[in-house]
Design a protein around this ligand. Sequence first.
Ligand SMILES: C[S@@+](CC[C@H](N)C(=O)[O-])C[C@H]1O[C@@H](n2cnc3c(N)ncnc32)[C@H](O)[C@@H]1O
Length: 282
Amino acid sequence: MRDLEYSYLKTRIKQLTGVDLDNYRERQMRRRLTSFISRTSAPSVVAYCRMVESDRTMLEDLRSFLTIKVSEFFRDPLPFEQLKTEILPQLLMDRTRLNVWSPGCSVGGEPYSIAIILDKLTPFAKHRIVATDIDVISLQKARNGGPYRSNEVRNVPTQLLREYFDVLGDSYHVKDKIRQKVDFKKHDLLRDPFESGFDLIVCRNVTIYFTEEAKVRLNQQFCQSLSPGGILFVGGTEAIARARELGLTTLGHCFYRKQPADALRALPIDEERAVKAMNVRR
Ligand SMILES: C[S@@+](CC[C@H](N)C(=O)[O-])C[C@H]1O[C@@H](n2cnc3c(N)ncnc32)[C@H](O)[C@@H]1O
């Protein structure tokens, strides 16, 4: 795709879907879009945009392609184990009610996994779990609590699957007692304002396609949104460069703690677990 075509496509995509490609890594996005458009019947970029303009299905396909919604429950089990055994118990030592945000939550596997862990750790507590995404179709499935295919729940231990899911034919639905614990809302991380006062922000596998500038801006905003001592949980390939300068202490591979509120206890850095998590992913 030539520069002029990409530039035209960016403008049209912003008008048609609201997605601003200036925040996404250009080489990667250009390559993906070239291959995506070549699989349609459109003879050119301009013709493709005209078709999308008048065809709802093509517009939904484009939106869905741009947002990459792949997700599953307990995606990457090792960091989730660390969350359950170290991070959350530490947070719960000085807070009875957690304020949690899962931005880029896709179809809900991530915030529901957190809700399940918290239900196990603190069955009577009323935590607040907010989950957001730019994609309204994913949010609808998330709000409905499914249906999820077996590959989306493959990391859920059998006992938890029995306790927290209903099985209908070959699909899985989150039981109401967990569904009611998560509040889903539309939110664009690159445009909308951020709330503050979160004890835990879980943003995983969302920023991988963003430009470096967009990532730095986002991490600064996450930092501001965390309460002192709050935790940022990121994906295995999304390590935050110069975390200390942002006021974050690294806690192993996927977790960062906001400093300084004077009396913060440092969590132990479990390097061994971090390295294991990295190796499993590779
Ligand atoms: C690959 S999924 C990750 C889902 C989940 N966090 C996980 O790790 O399983 C990426 C999600 O980020 C969302 N997303 C992409 N750009 C976004 C933006 N600017 N604001 C909010 N969400 C966005 C997509 O719609 C998609 O649902």
